[in-house]
Structure formats: structure tokens, C-alpha cells
Design a protein around this ligand. Sequence first.
Ligand SMILES: Cc1cc2nc3c(=O)[nH]c(=O)nc-3n(C[C@H](O)[C@H](O)[C@H](O)COP(=O)(O)OP(=O)(O)OC[C@H]3O[C@@H](n4cnc5c(N)ncnc54)[C@H](O)[C@@H]3O)c2cc1C
Length: 299
Amino acid sequence: MMPHSRDALPPVRGTYAENAPLKDLVWFRAGGNAEILFRPADADDLATFLAAKNADTRISVIGVGSNLLVRDGGIPGVVVRLPGAFGKIVVEGKRIHAGAAALDAAVARQAAEAGIAGLEFLRGIPGTIGGALRMNAGCYGREIRDIFVEATAIDGRGNRHVLKAADMGFVYRKSQVPEDFIFVEAVFEGEAGDAAEIKARMNALVEQRESTQPVKSRTGGSTFKNPPGHKSWQLIDEAGCRGLVRGGAQVSEKHCNFLINTGDATAADIESLGEEVRARVKAKSGIDLEWEIKRVGVP
Ligand SMILES: Cc1cc2nc3c(=O)[nH]c(=O)nc-3n(C[C@H](O)[C@H](O)[C@H](O)COP(=O)(O)OP(=O)(O)OC[C@H]3O[C@@H](n4cnc5c(N)ncnc54)[C@H](O)[C@@H]3O)c2cc1C
């Protein structure tokens, strides 16, 4: 694909894989390969790698790909994926320390077990803590910034940063920390609550979600951000796009701000369907929808 060979990369304790399929690592189950997939052994290994790599090596990071569309030509350079060693979750009073590879749902469950309220919304978001920090993930009126205490990230030169709320630049579905920062862990805080009540709220949230969203499909979650004062799904519906098909991609019948891979969609099918939806919404309502799904890699 591109000129990066693993021989030119610094020695690490983790693993490198060349021309590694990403299809099975992302929710859409579509798209191309990583030129090199790097799974660091731990945060020191990641920092050593970032400090020692060539300055022109392209680095990107993925979580579990629940908000990603990897284009069919794959991702050039090194794709970092944090393995299970980054998934530790520790409760300390009303605080939760979570590794960036921990699943949001696992953090929500541990918080509930410990009687920490306020993190229930994480149960409904199928990503990792790293992805949640980058996206300021949220639902049902709560988002990451509401529970955030601090996060640790490693920049593209291998320097470690401890970021407080003011450093995160949280806005709707995004944090504005520099693109080269890779989060490795975070601390969140909730309020004291009753474990049984927290679990009941979490279960209600899961039920509500399963009845309104195609959460068991191959999808990337909400495709477009809600424009101020509007709901994307409504604009898409009014533009006649519910159920629209392109190749193996379809606008979900259940929730039309979700695109789904009905079986053998290419990333191009999914992206061009999304663009068609944008064009139809623009023609109908005059509103430009902005992609919430991150589209990465080369066509
Ligand atoms: C069925 C379904 C329902 C969803 N519902 C919601 C919802 O209600 N609310 C919501 O906010 N989102 C929702 N999403 C979208 C998605 O789950 C979130 O955006 C999630 O936070 C992405 O996490 P991830 O680990 O999958 O990240 P990925 O999709 O892998 O990556 C997303 C972005 O985060 C970056 N990233 C990932 N890990 C790190 C890291 N360690 N350091 C720095 N950057 C990193 C990536 O580079 C990329 O830019 C939904 C998705 C699906 C499939």
C-alpha cells in the first residue's frame, strides 16, 4: 500500500501487523486495511514508540470503530489500537479510573455496582473510553464532560499530558485536544446513589435504545450531528430517505440517522449513500448536515 515497512519502525514490546484488516475491528464491518496495526504493550511502550518513530510516519488511533468509516483503500501509516492491557477499571470513592480501551458499558456497570450514579448514560454507548473522550460521547441529556475529572494522553512525540476539563475543549460530540494526542486513561466522577436504582435506570435506557435504534446492526451510530434546533433523523425522513439503498448500504428503516451495512457494503457504498442523504436534505430543507461519523483512510 505505502512505503512504511515494519523494519523501519522502532522496536517495541507490543505487536506490529502489516496490511492488517480493520473490517473485523469496526462496527460497520466494511472498509480496508491498516498499513501497519500497532498494539502497544502499555503506555510506556506507546510513548517510546511515538518518541522514536520517524517524524513523517503517519499515526492514527482507533477504538472499537463504533463511530468510524474506514475507506476501502485502508489507512496509510501506523494505526494504533490499544489492547486489553489499557482496559483496567478501578473504583475509588465516587471516582472511577478507566483505561482508554475500557468499554463505556463496562465502566457504567462498574459504577452501578459501586453505587455511583450519573454514569448510566455510558451503558448505551458502544465505544471505548478513548473514543468517548475524543467524541465527547453522550446520550439522553448527559455527556462525557458532565462526569469528567481528568485524562492522560500521549502526544505524537511521546510526551505525557494530564488534561483537566479546561484543556479538553469539549463541545457537542467533540473534544478539541490536538489530533495527535492519544488518550490512555481517564478519571470520572459521579454521585453517591443506590446500586439497584442505578441498575434499573441503566436497564430502562438499554430497552429504550433497543426499541428505537438498530443497535444490533452493522452501523456507525448517528451518522450526522443534529443541526442547532433540528433533529437529523427528522430532516432525513422529511427528505424521503428512510430505507434508501445504495449497494449494500441502507438508511435504517428503524432510525433514519443510522446507515447500515446490510451484508456486503463497501465503505464507498456507505459514504456515497451518506452524501446522497446530505444532498437530498439540503435540497428539501436548505440545511447542511455535518458528518458525526469519522471517515478515515483513502478511497
Ligand atoms: C449502535 C450505536 C449507537 C451509538 N450511540 C451513541 C450515542 O448515543 N452517543 C454517542 O455519543 N455516540 C454513539 N455512538 C457512536 C460511538 O459509539 C461513540 O462515538 C464512541 O465514543 C466511539 O468510541 P470508539 O471506541 O468506538 O471510537 P472509534 O469509533 O474507534 O473512533 C472514534 C474517534 O475517536 C478517536 N479515538 C479512539 N480512541 C482514541 C484514543 N485512545 N485516543 C484518542 N482518540 C481516540 C478515533 O481516532 C476517532 O477519531 C453509537 C454507535 C453505535 C454503533
